[in-house]
Design a protein around this ligand. Structure first.
Ligand code: 5GP
Ligand code: ZN
Length: 136
């Protein structure tokens, strides 16, 4: 994929701090970490997001996420790990090459998660449940 930063990183055309690779995925340090060691798991082939990435590839990405999570805990002393994937701009995606963030968290580091949660209103939860099931 032309002009994709992560494809260029996979090909070695742009430098990165690689921490793991296998046949299917590459893992490197995020250039602007939430906490030190924040890593990105990318498939070596270009897919834009979760919808386009084959299930087998997503499974390979998650296998790598587990390996990296354990290393971030044991080697960097992370107290916790967030594993997240942003899909589409509304969800914060800025690089349109599928990737999973593995983010080491430290007790009291203060990064807030999921602002603005609210309870369902009367009947709303069942409605939403039906809609989602209808699309599976
Ligand atoms: P997104 O918001 O798309 O889920 O996350 C993209 C991530 O890629 C961001 O956390 C950003 O810091 C990281 N990033 C963007 N450009 C580069 C780069 O050239 N090198 C590395 N290592 N990370 C990058
Ligand atoms: Zn790409």
């Amino acid at each position: 994929m032309e002009n994709c930063i992560f494809c260029k990183i996979v090909k070695g055309e742009i430098p990165s701090n690689k921490i793991y690779e296998d046949e299917n995925v590459l893992v490197f340090l995020d250039i602007a970490p939430v906490n030190l060691g924040h890593s990105l798991i990318v498939p070596k082939k270009h897919f834009a997001n979760i919808y386009e990435t084959p299930e087998e590839t997503l499974a390979e990405m998650m296998k790598a996420a587990k390996k990296i999570s354990k290393a971030l805990k044991s080697e960097l002393g992370a107290d916790g790990i967030n594993v997240t994937m942003n899909n589409d701009p509304a969800a914060g995606q800025i690089i349109f090459h599928s990737h999973i963030h593995v983010i080491p968290r430290l007790s009291g580091d203060g990064f807030p998660l999921w602002h603005g949660r609210r309870p369902y209103q009367e009947g709303e939860m069942n409605e939403v449940e039906k809609k989602i099931i209808g699309g599976l």
